[in-house]
Write a protein that binds this ligand. Sequence first.
Ligand code: URA
Length: 423
Amino acid sequence: MDIVSIIDKKRKGLSLTKEDIDFMVMGYVRGEVADYQMSAFLMSICIQGMNREEIFYLTDSMLHSGEILDLSIFGQNTVDKHSTGGVGDKTTLVLAPLVASCGVNVMKMSGRGLGFTGGTIDKLESIVGFKTSLSEEEVYRQMQDIHVCIVGGNQDLVPADKKMYALRDVTATVESIPLIASSIMSKKLAAGSKKIVMDVKVGRGALMKTEEEARCLAKTMIAIGEKYGVKVVCVLSKMENPLGYAIGNGLEVKESIEALKGEYAPDFYELTLTLATEMVAMGLEISREEAKEKVMRNFESGKGYEYFLKLMQAQKGENKVHISKNYYEVQSEKEGYIHSIDALKLAVLSLQLGSGRKNLNTEIDHGVGLWLLKKPGDYVKKGDGLLRVYYANTDIAKEDVLESFVIHENKKEVSSILLDILK
Ligand code: URA
């Protein structure tokens, strides 16, 4: 078995064996496969694809490249959640406490943002004092006490994904269903999740650009889960416009707190309640209707917010969120109805302001970002504020902001962002 012939086999579109895949993945983790060889291998997978068996082998190799945890110690009603990444996606901040308040255990390991997608850990670190790194004993105690905990990923889980993802990011090999499915599922399986709700995004602000691709990714992740006796439910939703009002870490925390207190953008509310319902139904093994009722009750009564405050207290978060004091409004130069707001364009502008990182060593500014003052379907007059720009050291061009808004005279009906739920 040698590296070049395995790469060549995939390049020609032939199927790889478990031994081939183990050889490449484990060899890469040990430093025996060079970056340029792994890059060629990943590119050949992107171009030729993989069959189901190969995807299972790849997931299994990555899963066994590091430590594997067992979340079942927290009980059968423990549910994990994962998003394939979107713009303004702060759902975890609301979901985790809300779902825990319904009697489900949520031990969430989250990551940092890379490129235009944000990460929950960056968002939480915009809360002064919030500890995203806890000892095993602290996690265990917190789960016993309040049933919810959000921490940064364990460095020893799936080292293969850490190395491969960093390489994919700089070799145009991120957008591949076999690579995305194995990357996500190996991490979820290594974290010990037995029940997972996946938030699969579709559209210009997401990795999956078409509904067909998103369905294929969802079905692949569900099949990987079945192989390991893990239940996976995938909620498919549109990611054309930013989710909610805020893009940027501190601003997204502010929006989440406001949502938990009852003030929310309709799209953010719809998606969060759908995901929460699926998590509660799965965790407590009850019907969707019963789960929805519990979620709505706790959302409306403020019990979800109470659990958010418990989470803050347990992880030493103070009542202060980093948000830049410098901001200005960009005003509309047109009159009409907003038809769309380009999520990807605004994500790139927020990145330029400093809210995200181009590589994992970049320092980010938790206080900067964008706050939408209007959503698709809204009517604007010339001079009405479209969004607020929160800045610190760098600014963005007004023309770029205006280009992100498509405004026409005719009315725009706003449809639901939910596409389907697959299990
Ligand atoms: N998220 C992941 O964790 N991995 C991918 O490959 C893509 C998105």
